[in-house]
Write a protein of this length. Sequence first.
Length: 670
Amino acid sequence: MRPARPAWTLRAARVYNVGVNTILLHVLESGGDVCRRSVAPESFPLTIGRESDNGLVIADKSVSRHHCEIRREGGQVWVVDHDSSNGTFLNGAPVHEELLRTGDLVRVGNIEIVFVDVAEARMRAGRAVQSIKEENRYLWKVLRINKELLSEFDRDLLLERILDTAIGLMRAERGFLILFRGRGLSVELARNHRREDVERPRESISQSILQQVRDGESSVLTTDAVQDPRFEDQHSIQNLMLRSVLCVPLRGEKAAIGALYLDNRIQRGVFTEQNARLLYGFADQVSMAIQHADLLEEAARREKEIKKSRDEIRKLNRSLEEKVKRQSVELAEAQDDLRRKQEALEFKYNYQNILGRSAAMRRVFGLLDKIIDSDVPVLITGESGTGKELVARAIHFNGPRREQRFVSENCAAIAPTLLESELFGYEKGAFTGARERTPGLFEQAHEGTLFLDEVGDMSVEMQKSLLRVLQEGQVRRVGGQSTESIDVRLISATNRDLERLKDAGEFREDLYYRLNVVRVELPALRERREDIPILMEHFLGLVATESGDADPKPVAPGVLAALLEYDWPGNVRELENEVRKMVALSDGEIRVEHLSRRLLAAGGESRGSDPGAPSGSLKSMVERMEADVLRRTLGECRWNKSRAAEILGLSRPGLRKKLVRYGIEPGEGG
């Protein structure tokens, strides 16, 4: 049998301190005297309840007979409820089995027990001593760093050193160095403990915490921002799931000029009040160092501007000697500009279905303006896919016959034996299957327009029949005896060299001259590359409309560069098919990897000798575009690198690296 353990019956009690090795009971007896008893380690577990066999007997009807016990397992102490009627409470909450920590309050009926781990208390005392030592080491380190900060004149390197020091001293996960500009702010630098830039820094910090620091010029410390009642209404903190945050102001003469913002998104309680006090003092030194560096940078900038002004004056003096020579060049440029403006004037007719603003297409529109009102036959030439039928329709629907029919036929798509009956019609019984009298395309297009595509593929016999109809103005159906008068404007098209076919005897000379009264030559897409962006935008919108999308898919810059590099043997039709394919393959933004291999393989070699088009590899084109954007943005910001970096979505060090990479110096911006 287990040895009997001492038991005490309590009628009123206040606090019991339970340690790992002993249990000290402070009992208020009925006579008013305080009786103190202790339980040796071998007396664990200590059972608690109304029955007399418990180690701690509580004379309280709300306490069960065998209510709970406090037991020791290894170096830990647990409180275990024995399915009591009214429950055992730990720090105000009901528990079944829970590990006790220093400071925990256990309540059973009207009895309260405070748990104190003696070993932990000693450890805390040791930590306090260690904290003082760490604070001393911190202060010595700050003094050494202050000397380094005052000796650093490069502003970008200074900011990096400040932020890396703060992250290291506070053992933070990430750090943000923020400067206030008017009512706004600029994230000058954002890095993690591995000294890597933080992406989208403005979206990673709490604007509410920053505003509190800015308004009160005091530190904000939270051990768990998500649970902190001060920020329970701040959606940004809840969305960011912030844990430990420490933010201190960078104080200037009149107001805060910025803030040091440190956080840890994973661990709670990383920062302490001591950390806040130490970082607050460090921030004052940082503020002075930044303002000192800004003054030096401003002085250097002004000195560079003065030097630049002197250089400009010398250049202007030299340019005066060349002014007379330049005048002739400027006059020629002005004349060329006037000519381009005249060509850009609105045309007489509407050509909105024919996309193009290039000089080559404007020449086509100008020619169409002259021939639309007449009835002369028109021959449209050009490579396959250049839009010959669109031009034919523009001639018809802008002309005097617009109210009549527009009939078209591809001569290459019909067998020579069937083409005659298709064009001229046939009588009932003219051939097997001719069950009723059928008018041909000439009769259907009476008083309208007949468009014959690919006339160069007609057989010689068919050419002879067509010539007879054009000469006589009458058509006889296949198998018929009578003729029908026709009034048709004929527009023909071909992608073949009819003149060469004529000289070779493959195309009738008399028919050639009948068709080729006015010739409209359509340029290949490679000859009007400046129209490619307009065409691509049109096809993207067309596909979006067909798919029921609200907006066309966005296109990465490198895609357009690749499209401009390609020679497009299939012309506009090939471009449309390529756009449709890219849209189908992309989930969101259309990128270079969605292009066909033939486009990427063509590279810069397919550009030929076109001097007006972009040249070089896709990589070099993108780099040139990026350098141009950098120069233009810096010029607009008057070389304020912080402002330029914010506009471009870069950190200042990231911007500085790109400037070094492209060799961009102040004064190159617009």
